[in-house]
Ligand binder design. Structure first.
Ligand code: IMP
Ligand code: MG
Length: 179
């Protein structure tokens, strides 16, 4: 796919991403036995590529499901409230649940999901993210498994979109001149 190099610069090569995902998988595998029931919950749409690569490196008794959130009443001055557009269809009882994100920014969407899954009383609840824009956090929520801590910048590729485009790029690119 064509990338305008005046606008974007390469941030992570596919090779570097492979290393980050491998490291995430190793962390998760250390904490979960081969016989343990683990449900990976991917947050649509951005986490689809991370999910596909991560799930194939986990050695537990893994299931996969997805959720999708939306911001209601979002305006230029307010972030709005988060709501669930798509829920999981698998029971979380007796299951270790891991919410999988490609990137955490303000943390609003994740905080909403975390609280919601917590109230469903899974065996344990953890968060895995490929990237963490830690300095942008506005609410008190964090990830248990972090691939890479990144600065405040706009990133595309490997699931991350620019107005729904660029999710298919195998590498990650950053916007050169954010406004
Ligand atoms: P928040 O943590 O609730 O602010 O939202 C995080 C979500 O916003 C992520 O899961 C992404 O879908 C999206 N997002 C955050 N930062 C970026 C970025 O740099 N590029 C593309 N999408 C992003
Ligand atoms: Mg996301």
């Amino acid at each position: 796919m064509f990338i305008d190099e005046r606008q974007f610069k390469e941030y992570m090569t596919p090779e570097e991403i492979r290393g980050v995902i491998k490291n995430l998988a190793e962390q998760i595998n250390r904490d979960h036995g081969v016989d343990e029931k683990v449900l990976l919950v991917g947050v649509l749409k951005g986490a689809i590529v991370v999910m596909a690569d991560l799930v194939r490196q986990l050695h537990s008794d893994v299931r996969v499901d997805f959720v999708r959130t939306a911001s209601v009443g979002k305006s230029k001055t307010s972030a709005g409230t988060v709501c669930l557009v798509k829920d999981i269809s698998i029971d979380v009882c007796d299951t270790h649940v891991i919410i999988v994100e490609e990137i955490i920014d303000s943390g609003r969407a994740l905080k909403f999901l975390y609280d919601r899954f917590k109230s469903a009383k899974p065996k344990s609840l953890k968060v895995a993210t490929m990237m963490d824009k830690r300095e942008k956090r506005l609410v008190d929520v964090g990830a248990d498994y972090v691939g890479k801590i990144v600065d405040d910048q706009f990133l595309i590729g490997y699931g991350l979109d620019l107005e729904e485009k660029c999710r298919n790029l195998p590498g990650i690119y950053s916007l050169r001149y954010p406004n």
